[in-house]
Design a protein around this ligand. Structure first.
Ligand SMILES: [Zn+2]
Ligand SMILES: [Zn+2]
Length: 261
């Protein structure tokens, strides 16, 4: 089934309206399109839907679902940040994501910029970026606690800037131990993982989340994967799906078509 389940719109940090994304999906031959706006995060309103915007988003996607019935199956999901306090009831599915590490009352963004990562490591971890990564994966290990969580979003998001600007060694024993501990806990939850091509589409990485070595490790332990583009504009719908389905299968990955049903 040709589908994309990780889509942002102008209701959060995307560039297009839900209608523009739906039209592009139809033109691209998709059978299903799942919207996944960023849940409201009270501590950082930069990227997320506002509380009022969340209601408008749900109404708009619901109207589109009627409008496109029979041509394109439209679903209303949410990308729920682990630290978000918003309810997840009523969505068709929930992508569980960690975009921040919480230290006391500070929420340190992991995907905003290399400078933010360095500053976070300096301020709270004595400059030890591996300690920051350990705290990140400890939070990721709890994603299954998000009510209604259907899929684990971009598992190793903290490596977003690590190709262009080396911040840490992904082969470091502490980094490996941190992600493996989180992965083991999540595997017990039975949740599928995203194979998320968003950072490839936007030129940050040459490989999707999770990185190939993590993919192979997860696949060998029975994880299931859902292709997603994390699109913030119509041009990247289903970005790299054929290539990464093929490469993922070569690494042993099994794919699911949808985060629901
Ligand atoms: Zn995300
Ligand atoms: Zn996203």
């Amino acid at each position: 089934m040709k589908a994309d389940w990780h889509i942002h719109t102008g209701w959060c940090d995307g560039q297009a309206s839900p209608a523009e994304m739906a039209e592009a999906a139809l033109a691209a031959g998709l059978e299903a399109l799942g919207f996944s706006g960023h849940s409201y995060t009270f501590f950082d309103e930069t990227w997320c839907m506002s509380p009022a915007g969340t209601e408008a988003y749900r109404r708009e996607v619901s109207a589109l679902r009627e409008e496109y019935a029979g041509r394109l199956d439209i679903f209303c999901g949410v990308e729920q940040d682990y630290h978000s306090l918003e309810p997840t009831a009523g969505y068709d599915y929930v992508i569980g994501s960690v975009h921040y590490v919480r230290v006391g009352t500070d929420f340190l963004p992991v995907d905003e910029s290399p400078a933010h990562l360095r500053a976070g490591a300096e301020k709270h971890f004595g400059g030890d970026i591996y300690a920051f990564a350990e705290a990140y994966f400890e939070t990721v290990s709890r994603v299954a606690e998000i009510p209604g969580c259907s899929v684990v979003g971009h598992f190793d998001l903290i490596a977003k800037f690590n190709e262009r600007e080396i911040l840490f060694d992904e082969g470091h024993p502490r980094y490996i131990a941190a992600w493996q501990a989180a992965a083991e806990k999540l595997l017990r939850s039975g949740l599928p993982f995203e194979l998320n091509t968003g950072a490839v589409a936007r030129g940050y990485r040459s490989v999707p989340y999770p990185a190939p070595e993590i993919l192979r490790w997860l696949a060998s332990r029975g994880a299931k994967f859902l292709l997603s583009s994390d699109s913030h504009a119509p041009g990247s719908l289903c970005y790299g799906f054929e290539e990464w389905r093929r490469k993922g299968e070569a690494l042993g990955c099994a794919f699911i078509d949808a985060p629901i049903g």
